[in-house]
Design a protein around this ligand. Structure first.
Ligand code: SF4
Length: 342
């Protein structure tokens, strides 16, 4: 069992305190000292009697803390944090600023096993899953250095649903009213399409917003771009999304990276419309972000706008997401591109 108190839900903390002869309510106090007050040393949890704090430390309990190794700021305001995990692994998170909205894009794994053809992170291979503490700590570290985060998107390095338990636990922790208290509608989990995990998430008692990284309207092309599609083809994936939407009744986002000459024709737009018509959804068209060694080119403004117009005319809300954080390799698909030499 991990002895990191930051990695525990209130229920898990309750078991720790009660099995040591303490009152149940002290679990809530530990949780709020860590996740609301930002305490990083057990000895500073002043609501606990001194002897019990000492007992926890003696038994090897601790409060982990991510080590920020680098902070880069793009002229457009985007900020990228690099964290050194202490075991050779490196992860990154990105703050995107849009008026009062400060969205943090967080990582869930060091590296990624999904190998999407357009993504720098996929070329790192999977190093390891992050703990729930390492996931929530990206939020706390960004807030400590740059102010309050209003939205969190699980869209950084790694496939969130391949680290299901820690990701769900982190969402529970961030959403807990005794902790950071980020509304569940302000948490978005983005997946490359692990269909059974989407269905499992539908059956949970909390439901973050769901985003699907779709990127192609046919199985043939999607499997070329995203090998996960060979296992969970588009029909299987969209059936799982339907299950989620039926349960949650919220709009689902489909992300679509625009790659020149590959997925950006008007025929592709028509195919996409046919696939998505049945959903209450919006489509984010993302400009392709090149990184060293990549073989694709972005569609460019004209083709992207033409594609956007075609989908919009079919009544599907569509937004073009312009490149942000270009100079610091902080845009979609670029994380890990320069911190680990890919
Ligand atoms: S796009 Fe996401 S799932 Fe695909 S390789 Fe990159 S990080 Fe992994």
């Amino acid at each position: 069992m991990s002895k990191d108190l930051k990695d525990k839900t209130p229920g898990e903390l309750e078991r720790i305190v009660t099995t040591r002869g303490q009152k149940k309510y002290q679990a809530g106090s530990i949780f709020s000292f860590i996740h609301s007050k930002g305490v990083e040393d057990i000895l500073q949890i002043s609501s606990l009697v001194k002897a019990f704090r000492g007992e926890l430390v003696e038994q090897g309990f601790f409060i982990s803390q991510l080590n920020t190794s680098r902070k880069l700021t793009d002229p457009d305001g985007t900020v990228k944090y690099t964290f050194d995990l202490g075991d050779g692994g490196v992860i990154e998170s990105v703050v995107l600023i849009d008026g009062h909205r400060r969205t943090l894009c967080i990582s869930t794994q060091a590296g990624c096993a999904m190998n999407c053809a357009f993504c720098a992170t996929g070329r790192l291979q999977l190093q390891r899953n992050l703990t729930a503490a390492e996931i929530v700590d990206q939020v706390y570290a960004a807030e400590k250095q740059g102010g309050r985060i209003t939205n969190v998107v699980y869209m950084g390095m790694g496939e969130p649903l391949a680290n299901y338990d820690a990701v769900l636990k982190s969402a529970r922790i961030l959403n807990d009213s005794a902790g950071r208290n980020i509304g569940i509608r302000h948490l978005t989990i983005s997946t490359c399409g692990i269909a059974p995990a989407i269905k499992k998430l539908a059956g949970e008692d909390i439901h973050p917003r769901l985003a699907i990284s779709l990127n192609a309207p046919t199985d043939e092309l999607r499997t070329r771009l995203m090998p996960v599609n060979a296992k969970y083809p588009i029909k299987v994936l969209l059936d799982a999304v339907e299950t989620y939407q039926f349960r949650v009744k919220e709009r689902v986002t489909f992300e679509y990276v625009m790659i020149k000459g590959l997925n950006d024709s008007l025929e592709d737009a028509e195919r996409l419309i046919k696939l998505l018509r049945r959903f209450k959804c919006n489509v984010n068209l993302i400009e392709y972000n090149p990184h060293p060694g990549c073989k694709f080119k972005g569609s460019g403004t004209e083709r992207t706008e033409r594609f956007c117009e075609a989908i919009g005319k079919a009544g599907i809300e569509t937004t073009i997401r312009f490149k942000m954080g270009q100079t610091i390799f902080a845009a979609c698909g670029q994380l890990g591109a320069n911190s680990q030499g890919v």
